[in-house]
Design a protein around this ligand. Sequence first.
Ligand code: SAM
Length: 278
Amino acid sequence: MPDLPPIREVIHKHGLAASKALGQNFLLDEQLLARIAALPGDLAGQQVLEVGPGPGGLTRALLRAGAKVTAIEMDRRCLPALAELAVSFPGQLTVIEGDALKLDHGALMHGTPFHVLSNLPYNVGTALFVRWLGGEAWPPQWLSLTLMFQREVAERIVASPGSSAYGRLAVLAQWRAEARLAMKVHRSAFTPPPKVMSAIVHVTPSAMPAGISARTLERLTEAAFGQRRKMLRQSLKGVPGALEALAALGIDETRRAETVSVAEFVSVARALDRRASR
Ligand code: SAM
């Protein structure tokens, strides 16, 4: 294993004062970073997409685990530090300068399956999460997602029906994937520390239920949770066929969206798609 200087020294050497505008909160603890890199399982020889490597703390943990890493970073100041890392791990690291929200990740990974690991600013992380979990093509090209979120957002992703955290994000994350809260990370682990606590969510794809389009499920949950305090008969009034589907499936229309399980949403969406294809 190459002998690398502590990340704090790398930050100092390259003048990488954390930028608030870019949501930069760096992780410096190499043991913590190694534990995060181990969350997807054995990465030796596996392709990994890392979004937002910054000075490269998580990146070096992934490289040490034997992963082949493609890293997208939009802060040019970090590129020399990442270039040094690439020299220490020949043939293992490709760095792409750019905005991950604007890039086609599947094409970047040349059509091969890949794991995603990322410690991103929270707004960018949620936008990418929705994109990775969305779309009609399933299974996706990614094998797993290991993502740092603000703790409340992580709780919304893994939430169960009946809890106040349960909503669109939970349905999106759980209808054709397994999502679990893999690790809580205290704010003091970051430099500088953010105002909020964080948590890492680990997601793996599972089978997509048959006879249902992602778009229909998205429209349904958008309507249902758009007015989450209202009864379904009110919130789904504008979705053609939804109230008939509830009746046919024996789902009480006086319930609220937050009590409807992921499987029930899937059944209603399937009934809507069946109706549309008639
Ligand atoms: N991975 C490092 C760590 O764990 O210490 C840095 C994490 S820092 C929270 C987020 C990183 O994402 C920063 O380096 C920032 O420049 C980068 N970033 C922010 N928005 C981005 C985007 N849209 N595309 C690519 N990188 C982005």
